[in-house]
Design a protein around this ligand. Structure first.
Ligand code: HEC
Length: 203
């Protein structure tokens, strides 16, 4: 009987200690998160770094020619295909199975079996993604939904969203914060042209 009650007592102590400990851990974890939470400025910096190394400029920034070849024109950074530009004529014989796909010299317009796609305006302007919520951005980047809307069309090549779906949440939100901090550039990028609509454009 004595052994029995000692066992109960020990058990009770153990439970009390464990719950005490749990409480403590939870508290210190919480306070650690609070201390380590990145500031907006840190997020923007990290986002800029990610945008630089992932190379969003390749398709979203018009280029300017230098003695080292074409480089992103940072005055027009991330504005997408400039609405004031036009595409060179596209001959129907250049397209088709086994033929080339094409892009303009700026690397902001792309012609292929999917039709014609244009690097989007991803600056903080309202004609870009300035009015987008983070959830919209996430849906576009990881589910390939145009404008980040559930019912919209799929985002076309060569936007590599299948790779971006592997971005971790904190990296994705850092990229979002950086894009929201960019200089707004007003530019309504032409609408994507699906293959049937291309017929009237080809010569
Ligand atoms: C290889 C070219 C390429 C690269 C690199 C690229 N994009 Fe794109 N992106 C595109 C094209 C082309 C479109 C438009 C596709 C369409 O209209 O269906 C697009 C569309 C988008 C859209 C959707 C715009 C909208 O209005 O729905 C977002 C957001 C976006 N890109 C963000 C990024 C970010 C951020 C990066 C870098 C981390 C990046 N892209 C890198 C080519 C690219």
């Amino acid at each position: 009987m004595k052994t029995y009650s000692i066992t109960i007592l020990l058990c009770a102590c153990a439970i009390a200690l464990t719950s005490c400990n749990q409480g403590k851990t939870e508290y210190s974890e919480k306070s650690e998160v609070a201390v380590n939470e990145p500031s907006k400025e840190d997020l923007v910096k990290r986002g800029e770094y990610l945008v630089n190394i992932i190379g969003c400029d390749h398709c979203h920034t018009p280029k300017k020619m230098t003695e080292n070849g074409p480089v992103p024109d940072m005055d027009r950074r991330l504005m997408g295909f400039p609405a004031s530009d036009s595409l060179a004529p596209i001959h129907r014989n250049d397209l088709g199975p086994g033929k080339w796909m094409m892009m303009n010299g700026d690397l902001t317009a792309f012609v292929g079996p999917w039709g014609i796609s244009y690097g989007g305006n991803i600056t903080s302007d309202d004609t870009g993604i300035g009015a987008w919520t983070y959830e919209q951005f996430k849906k576009a980047m990881t589910e390939g939904k145009y404008k980040g809307m559930d019912n919209s069309r799929p985002i076309m090549p060569p936007m590599p969203w299948e790779s971006f779906r592997m971005l971790e949440e904190n990296d994705l939100s850092a990229i979002y914060e950086f894009l929201m901090s960019t200089t707004p550039i007003e530019n309504v990028v032409p609408a994507y042209t699906p293959p049937p609509a291309m017929e009237s454009i080809l010569y």
